[in-house]
Design a protein around this ligand. Structure first.
Ligand SMILES: [Zn+2]
Length: 335
């Protein structure tokens, strides 16, 4: 926005110039160009984009030339090219340990939660008198008992920036696939832009829950929404997919007055984006438009991690534009 404004200021006098004013215009032009340079270097300052970003007013616009009226029936994939984004992106198949570390995760020694909350890894201190990972628990339902932690993620690149949220690990049944230390290590490798999703599910629910497989029916690895991420895996790409559902629902259902709901974000806005981009995300994304969006969330984060966002934008520009704005909407969860 800023950039375009400065650019048009710089160009207008040149377009309007006549011979007699050439000197002045040259001066204005030079001034404009140097201002433009300042503006563009100003977008990579000491303060990263994700620190208190400005969220534009109003709903996310659909692709140019498309409408905002919801469509009847399921999304029709028959006209969409068979090529899939995940065939080429991300370029590298990094394991999560190879991801850059975006933050430092700390277990906080305070909590507003009414459930017992552990204040350290071993739960030697907690919010109640009887502390241990076995005793400081709460019942999610009659067959799942969890241990709760209040976690802070603080950005490595800009240490003034921190978010807090809740992490829950199944105590009974006990789980083998992860533990609180492993969870913290993985969360530290989720890009900062996605942290807000962890705060959203804490504000509207219990925070992320690492559960025993018996909680899940029908072969699902995890469930994600605006008020929960329930998972039976600590696989980071799965979490990035579920965070996609969290952000999508946050934009669709809103959080007034901080964010007005946008009930057409999937149908028709994202549907139009799929058609305009004329490419698919992944085989699983073919299920419907919200799984397509969650898959795009995963691919976007993985491209961010390996620095290939430009390639993703080039191949799916409308999804890219809308998704970055949905991520931005997520920042309104912060007070
Ligand atoms: Zn999904």
């Amino acid at each position: 926005m800023m950039h375009r404004y400065v650019l048009s200021l710089a160009l207008l006098p040149v377009l309007a110039c006549s011979g007699t004013e050439a000197k002045d215009d040259t001066g204005a032009d030079t001034g404009g160009v140097s201002t433009t340079t300042e503006a563009s270097t100003g977008t990579t300052p000491a303060t990263p984009d994700w620190v208190n970003p400005e969220v534009p007013d109003g709903p996310i616009p659909p692709p140019e030339g498309t409408g905002t009226e919801p469509e009847e029936g399921d999304f029709d994939w028959s006209g969409i090219d068979e090529e899939r984004l995940d065939e080429r992106l991300p370029r590298e198949d990094l394991s999560w340990e190879e991801y850059p570390q975006y933050g430092t995760a700390t277990i906080l020694d305070w909590s507003d939660s009414e459930a017992c909350v552990c204040f350290d890894l071993d739960c030697s201190t907690c919010s109640e008198a009887d502390c241990s990972a076995e005793t400081c628990t709460y019942d999610l339902n009659e067959s799942h008992t969890l241990t709760k932690y209040h976690v802070e993620l603080r950005a490595t690149e800009y240490t003034d920036h921190a978010l807090t949220f809740e992490v829950n690990v199944s105590a009974d049944p006990p789980i083998e696939y992860t533990d609180i230390q492993d969870v913290l290590n993985r969360l530290e490798r989720i890009p900062v832009e996605y942290w807000y999703g962890l705060q959203i599910i804490t504000e509207f629910g219990n925070g992320i829950q690492f559960l025993d497989g018996s909680y899940f029916g029908g072969g699902a690895a995890a469930y994600g929404g605006m008020n929960y991420i329930d998972t039976q895996t600590a696989d980071v790409p799965v979490l990035l997919h579920e965070l996609g559902h969290t952000f999508e629902q946050y934009t669709r259902l809103g959080n007034p007055p901080a964010l007005e709901p946008q009930d057409n974000i999937l149908n028709p806005v994202w549907r139009h984006a799929i058609r305009v981009d004329d490419i698919r995300t992944s085989r699983y994304g073919d299920s419907n438009e919200w799984e397509d969006m969650a898959e795009f969330s995963r691919l976007h984060a993985l491209c961010l991690i390996e620095d290939s966002l430009g390639a993703l934008r080039a191949r799916s520009p409308e999804r890219f534009r809308i998704w970055e704005r949905i991520l931005l909407n997520g920042t309104t969860i912060q007070p």
